[in-house]
Design a binder for this molecule. Structure first.
Ligand SMILES: Cc1cc2nc3c(=O)[nH]c(=O)nc-3n(C[C@H](O)[C@H](O)[C@H](O)COP(=O)(O)OP(=O)(O)OC[C@H]3O[C@@H](n4cnc5c(N)ncnc54)[C@H](O)[C@@H]3O)c2cc1C
Length: 370
């Protein structure tokens, strides 16, 4: 049986960031993914926004890892020439009630260490962003966009340069805890192998609870329920009327149907939120009416003929419909009593922004466990 120091299950942006980081310190790191290449699931089906860290409750992992992750990600993008732009974002209000939400958000952002938000009056917005309808807005200058595929490619290159191995089409099947860590069964295109791993990091995204359930000795009571929450996107043909990202006031389970740009300048709208039972990425044309209604509120001149169904992503959420805020859940031996195992559950937004900080955090947890 082969031995590895660290097995990372799942080569999304989080698994890749962890692999790139841990392979600097551990000599024998293996990253596996069940798909034919890296990043084919949630990591390539999102808004590609580098979030500022504005909304999350103070001291939550989401608040801390987003703010730290944003800083690390901008540095990384600069060093590695990853296409990205600090385009800024406008969080827009319509009327007094939403303006008080902006005022509260300003305070919350400060508590989270985001102290660069700027209040924009209706008059200022009319000059800077004439296509926008709003009575006021908060400008977040540190919000940006990133080409996630280039980012993931670069993390994989780092991982391999550090001597670690990425193996695609390899599924984690099960594991059993023993004195030296975990004995793991993998399936590579129908061929089964067994591996002795000192550490296993479960970064399987939408399948993280399935992976945890397949680990013998993992207490079922510690495995949270994941809810699939799909978000759809519509692209907008032609020139974008906005140079910044435009966000409405957040809704219960997401940030609201916002306008975002990719690094090539293409405008898209989304995501909305729809809880679903099974993994299914379809975008129904019939959603267009809902999108037009939501977008018209801040972009009254929208031409619905330019709105084309594009793609969908699925959030692995810990909160069910109408439940309150749930934080990232990163479990160590203290929670589940399986030495060597770290589970990452509920890594929805801002998981991309936080990825390098999550990697740093996981390394810290492993060092503290030694
Ligand atoms: C609609 C939407 C919009 C978002 N927008 C943003 C945003 O703008 N900014 C931001 O910061 N975050 C955003 N996010 C969140 C961000 O996309 C995720 O937090 C991030 O991509 C999670 O990465 P991951 O590596 O944990 O998961 P994933 O990308 O899902 O990767 C998990 C990997 O595990 C593999 N896997 C699963 N089971 C097994 C197994 N048994 N064996 C081997 N491999 C396995 C899968 O094949 C997959 O490749 C958004 C998410 C969604 C859904």
């Amino acid at each position: 049986m082969d031995n590895v120091d660290v097995l990372i299950v799942g080569a999304g942006v989080v698994g890749l960031a962890i692999a790139a980081r841990l392979s600097q310190q551990y000599s024998n790191v293996l990253l596996v993914d069940k798909n034919s290449t890296f990043g084919e699931e949630t990591s390539s089906r999102n808004s590609e926004v580098i979030h500022a860290g504005i909304y999350y409750p103070q001291n939550s992992l989401k608040a801390k890892l987003c703010v730290r992750g944003k800083q690390l990600l901008y540095q990384y993008c600069q060093q590695r020439h990853i296409p990205h732009k600090k385009v800024g974002k406008l969080l827009v209000a319509h009327g007094k009630q939403e303006e008080s939400y902006l005022a509260e958000t300003l305070k919350q952002a400060k508590l989270n260490g985001v102290d660069d938000l700027v209040w924009q009056s209706k008059e200022q917005l009319q000059v800077s962003t004439p296509a926008l309808a709003a009575t006021a807005a908060l400008l977040s200058p540190s919000t940006g966009i990133i080409d996630v595929h280039s980012y993931m490619q670069s993390l994989l290159a780092d991982t391999e340069q550090n001597g670690a191995l990425f193996v695609a089409q390899t599924r984690f099947v099960s594991a059993t805890a023993n004195k030296s860590g975990l004995e793991v069964v993998l399936d590579s295109q129908g061929e089964t192998s067994t591996l002795q791993c000192q550490h296993v990091i479960n970064c399987a995204g939408l399948y993280a609870t399935e992976v945890a359930t397949a680990i013998k000795d993992m207490p079922i009571s510690e495995i949270p329920q994941l809810h699939y929450c799909r978000g759809h996107y519509f692209s907008y043909q032609g020139k974008s009327p906005f140079n910044q990202l435009i966000y409405p006031i957040p809704e219960a389970n997401g940030l609201g149907i916002h306008a975002s740009l990719n690094t090539a300048g293409q405008l898209k709208f989304g995501p909305d939120t729809q809880y679903i039972e099974d993994i299914d990425y379809q975008v129904a044309e019939t959603l267009k009416r809902k999108f037009v209604t939501a977008i018209s509120k801040y972009f009254p001149d929208i031409d619905s003929n330019k709105l084309i169904p594009d793609y969908a992503g699925i959030r692995p959420k810990l909160q069910g419909p109408n439940e309150g805020f749930k934080d990232f859940c990163i479990q160590t031996v203290k929670q589940h009593n399986v030495a060597g195992l770290i589970n990452l559950f509920g890594i929805d937004s801002p998981g991309l922004t936080s990825s390098l900080a999550i990697a740093e955090y996981v390394e810290h947890l492993m060092t503290n466990e030694k």
